[in-house]
Design a protein around this ligand. Structure first.
Ligand SMILES: O=C(O)CCC(=O)C(=O)O
Length: 211
């Protein structure tokens, strides 16, 4: 929880990973923000995680284009016996969350070596296998959302200027410092009006085709 503010530079780099972030950008647009950065430590025998979708709070039918997208970084080996992620292939196109145990039989394990990253569309139905090995399974989930959504964690209010200054300009978008909503004073509203003018192409662009 709140790993980006507690973990310092390594986590600042992680959320801007040169392979993962372009895939997230493809799914969520260049204006996307970080929703949460969470570490998972999974021990032996921990029960299976039920099949769910990360697209919470959005009414059915879910839009076919992603509202959220997730990167699971595997810090340790990630096989069925390790308690890896499971997904229901193609479920991002169902446009609803699983209801009453749906997807449990269809979910397949996503196996990967340590250091791999698993990137998935927020509509994807997924869960996790129980772990049968004795050593720990370690992963980090970096969840991103569309710029117009409320993130799970509020980084804009807790990261200092020093952190913003040592990162590329896009980092401000990622941590929600430059989102064009949520003004709290007249000065802030003026700043946001200017931001909207400068970024009109990004904020108001429509995509001919959705992933
Ligand atoms: O790694 C797991 O056990 C579950 C991960 C997950 O559900 C997620 O990142 O949304």
């Amino acid at each position: 929880m709140l790993l980006l503010s507690r973990g310092g530079r390594p986590f600042e780099k992680l959320v801007q990973h040169p392979v993962a972030l372009p895939l997230i950008t493809y799914l969520l647009g260049a204006s996307c923000t970080i929703s949460s950065v969470t570490g998972y430590v999974k021990g032996r025998g921990e029960t299976a995680l039920g099949v769910h979708s990360d697209t919470a709070y959005v009414s059915d039918p879910l839009p076919p284009y992603a509202q959220l997208a997730n990167v699971n970084y595997c810090l340790t080996d990630y096989t069925e016996a390790d308690g890896c992620l499971t997904i229901v292939p193609g479920s991002h196109r169902y446009c609803h969350r699983p209801r009453g145990g749906e997807g449990t039989r269809e979910a397949i394990p996503v196996e990967a070596p340590a250091c791999a990253a698993v990137v998935f569309h927020g509509n994807t139905w997924h869960g996790a296998k129980p772990r049968t090995k004795s050593v720990l399974r370690l992963t980090i989930s970096s969840l991103y959302c569309r710029m117009y959504m409320r993130p799970q964690e509020r980084y804009d209010s807790i990261l200092g200027d020093e952190v913003l200054e040592r990162n590329p300009p896009r980092f401000r978008d990622l941590v929600g410092t430059d989102v064009p909503t949520g003004w709290a004073s007249s000065d802030d509203a003026r700043r946001i009006v200017n931001l909207r003018k400068e970024n009109a192409g990004r904020y108001y662009r429509t995509r001919g085709q959705h992933a």
